[in-house]
Design a protein around this ligand. Structure first.
Ligand code: 13P
Length: 251
C-alpha cells in the first residue's frame, strides 16, 4: 500500500551563483511526476531568484539552515520567517557539516526544526554517525539518540523529514551496504513509532544521503524504509538529479 511519496532533495551546499539558475530551470522542465517530490536546497543568496524561475508545482526550493529565533540581534543569520518570506518551502537543519563545523547540538537542531515548523515550512532533520562510531558498532545508538533529541514535539509527517547521512559517506564515494542502510532506516522507523505513534511513523519520510549517484540510486530506493535521497554533489547538475529521481517509484 502506498504510504509515502518519494522525496528527492538536492543540497547545493556553498555552491551556486545566479548563473547556476540554468540548472534550476532545466530541472523544473525535466520531471513531471506528481508522485515524486523534488526540492533544491540552495544557498540563501539564490533562493528568491530560483523561486521566481520555477514554473511547475513538483519542484520546490529550500534552504540549508536557519537561525532558531524569528528575528533579532543575530548578525549574519537568517531566520525561518525570512526564508518563508522569500518563497522557501523546506529548510535542512542539523546537517553534519554544521554539527561538526559550528558545534550545533541536537538540542539546537530541535529549536531550529521547531522554528521551521512554526513558520509552516517543512524541515529536513539530518542525522548520522562518524566513521569511528560506525567502526565501534555505535551507529544505531548514535543515530537514534540524534533523532530523539533533534525532533520537536510538533513534528509529524506533514512538516518533517528525517535524512540519514553517515558522515563518512558524504562526498567520499563510499556508501554503506544495502543491508546496513535497510537496518538503520528500519531502526529509525521503529523509533518514530515509539515516539510519534504507528500512523505518523508509517507516513514520515526517511531519506538516505551520502554519495548518492545515478549509479547507486536504484538499489537504495528499492529498500523498504528508504523514501528518497538527500543528494549533495550529484544535485549540482540537473541531468544527474533527474536520473536519480527517475529511479524513485511509488510502492
Ligand atoms: P554527497 O551526495 O556529495 O555525498 O553529499 C551528501 C550530503 O551531504 C547531502 O546533504
Amino acid at each position: 500500500m502506498k504510504k509515502r511519496n518519494y522525496l528527492i532533495a538536492g543540497n547545493w551546499k556553498m555552491n551556486g551563483t545566479l548563473g547556476s539558475l540554468r540548472e534550476v530551470i532545466e530541472l523544473d522542465k525535466a520531471l513531471n511526476n506528481p508522485e515524486i517530490e523534488l526540492v533544491l536546497c540552495l544557498p540563501a543568496t539564490i533562493i528568491h531568484p530560483a523561486v521566481k524561475k520555477v514554473l511547475s508545482t513538483h519542484l520546490r526550493i529550500g534552504a540549508q539552515n536557519c537561525h532558531h529565533h524569528q528575528e533579532g540581534a543575530f548578525t549574519g543569520d537568517v531566520s525561518a520567517k525570512m526564508l518563508k518570506d522569500i518563497g522557501a518551502n523546506f529548510v535542512i537543519v542539523g546537517h553534519s557539516e554544521r554539527r561538526q563545523a559550528y558545534g550545533e547540538t541536537s538540542e539546537l537542531v530541535k529549536e531550529k526544526a521547531s522554528a521551521v515548523i512554526n513558520e509552516g515550512l517543512m524541515t529536513i532533520i539530518c542525522v548520522g554517525e562518524t566513521e569511528e562510531q560506525k567502526n565501534n558498532s555505535q551507529t544505531e545508538e548514535i543515530v537514534c539518540a540524534q533523532v530523539k533529541k533533534s525532533m520537536p514535539n510538533a513534528a509529524n509527517e506533514k512538516n518533517t523529514v528525517i535524512a540519514y547521512e553517515p558522515i563518512w559517506a558524504i562526498g567520499t564515494g563510499k556508501v554503506p551496504s544495502l543491508d546496513d542502510i535497510k537496518k538503520i532506516h528500519g531502526s529509525i522507523r521503529s523509533l518514530l513509532g515509539k515516539i510519534k505513534g504507528e500512523d505518523v511513523s508509517q507516513r514520515m519520510r526517511i531519506l538516505y544521503g551520502g554519495s548518492v549517484k545515478p549509479g547507486n540510486a536504484k538499489d537504495i530506493f528499492c529498500l523498504e524504509d528508504v523514501d528518497g535521497a538527500l543528494v549533495g554533489g550529484a544535485s549540482l547538475k540537473a541531468a544527474d538529479l533527474v536520473e536519480i529521481a527517475k529511479y524513485a517509484q511509488v510502492y
